[in-house]
Design a protein around this ligand. Structure first.
Ligand code: NAP
Length: 322
């Protein structure tokens, strides 16, 4: 059996180790083996490697990595999303289901694509497929200070939002959102009342909320917006995307009876693979043009263990390079 180098998780309590692993073998017409060129170390990858994602099977050893840029045997470069049931992408080689891959244009920076696609596609797909944004609408990004949140601000603006409100807890990162296109900023602080008032003042009239937080901040934000909204029968589309602040919320039934609040999520399962794939080429163009951006921080795959425990600097994403 052919061997390759890979990041290998042998215990959910430890970072992956760089070691030899059996190279996967393609089977059927839809599978091909590619050389991996760059892999993003996204929060979702960390959750999976800790056995805590909703798709986790609990089986070990496992190779983490949910997407990557790779080179096909014919030399073309592709961006692909790994099959949930296949080995991950943090390896010299990875199996690709050709139905989950798109070809990349010549000259596109592979590290930029590997860093940006996952955080960018959350808002891009949400605002194109879940609740198609109508030009002139307004958007609140709840939890806007992370990579996905900052890009959600850029995506909303790019897709024609008239007003984008960014809300987050880190004052410095929040202030930096103005340069990403945010029209208004709301600091999420420990003072619930002041935060509720600020959210109500800045975002009561938004059409869409892109929510990366969930948990307590979302509970508070829903009530703050509905209480301050001038016409509660006007639709408020709340798109759940991340759960950084907590896995559940308590939602008073009155929130659903007294307002036109429409709750839905965006992620694997909520949108079909075909629909995701159809959106990716235009997103690559935006990333290539720099309109939707995160700075890649390339690190050799051999250093995965060390990279794992190093948090990304603001606005950057670690990209492992085999
Ligand atoms: N469904 C999808 O398709 C999809 C796709 C991509 C990402 N996601 C999810 O979206 C989330 C964000 O991803 P990311 O790539 O942006 O991660 P990231 O770059 O690591 O950013 C996370 C941000 O969350 C902030 N944060 C953490 N706890 C918070 C809290 N209690 N209140 C307010 N802010 C808080 C942090 O800000 P501080 O500076 O304040 O610590 C940090 O800036 C993750 O949960 C990820 O899994 C979902």
């Amino acid at each position: 059996m052919a061997q390759m180098h890979a990041a290998v998780v042998t215990s959910f309590d430890e970072p992956p180790h760089y070691q030899q692993f059996e190279a996967p073998q393609p089977s059927g017409d839809d599978e091909t083996l590619v050389d991996v060129l760059a892999v993003g170390l996204h929060p979702r990858v960390r959750t999976g490697a800790a056995g805590k994602h909703y798709t986790s099977t609990g089986k070990l050893p496992m190779i983490p990595g949910i997407d990557a840029v790779g080179r096909r045997p014919d030399g073309t470069r592709i961006y692909f999303v790994a099959d949930d049931h296949a080995a991950g992408t943090m390896a010299d080689k990875a199996l690709v289901d050709v139905r989950r891959a798109i070809e990349l244009p010549d000259g596109v920076d592979v590290a930029k694509v590997a860093a940006a696609m996952n955080p960018a596609m959350s808002a891009w797909v949400a605002l194109r497929r879940r609740v198609p944004l109508q030009p002139g609408q307004s958007v609140l990004v709840l939890g806007a200070t992370g990579n996905a949140g900052r890009m959600a601000v850029q995506v909303a603006k790019r897709l024609g939002a008239a007003t984008v409100v960014g809300a987050g807890r880190d004052a410095k990162r929040l202030a930096a959102l103005t340069s990403a296109g945010a029209d208004e900023l709301v600091a999420l602080t420990d003072d619930d009342e002041a935060t509720g008032r600020a959210l109500g003042a800045a975002a009561a009239e938004v059409d869409i909320v892109i929510d990366y937080l969930w948990g307590k901040p979302t509970e508070r934000a829903i009530m703050a917006l509905l209480t301050a909204r001038s016409d509660r029968s006007r639709a408020l589309d709340w798109i759940q995307i991340g759960a950084i602040a907590g896995p559940t919320i308590e939602l008073p039934s009155v929130a659903l009876r007294s307002a036109n609040l429409r709750l839905q999520g965006n992620g694997q399962g909520a949108v079909s693979t075909e629909a995701y794939l159809a959106e990716l080429p235009s997103l690559v163009d935006e990333i290539d043009a720099g309109t939707i951006a995160v700075r890649p921080n390339p690190v050799p795959l051999a250093d995965v263990e060390e990279a794992w425990s190093r948090p990304d600097a603001p606005g950057t994403r670690t990209v492992l390079v085999p």
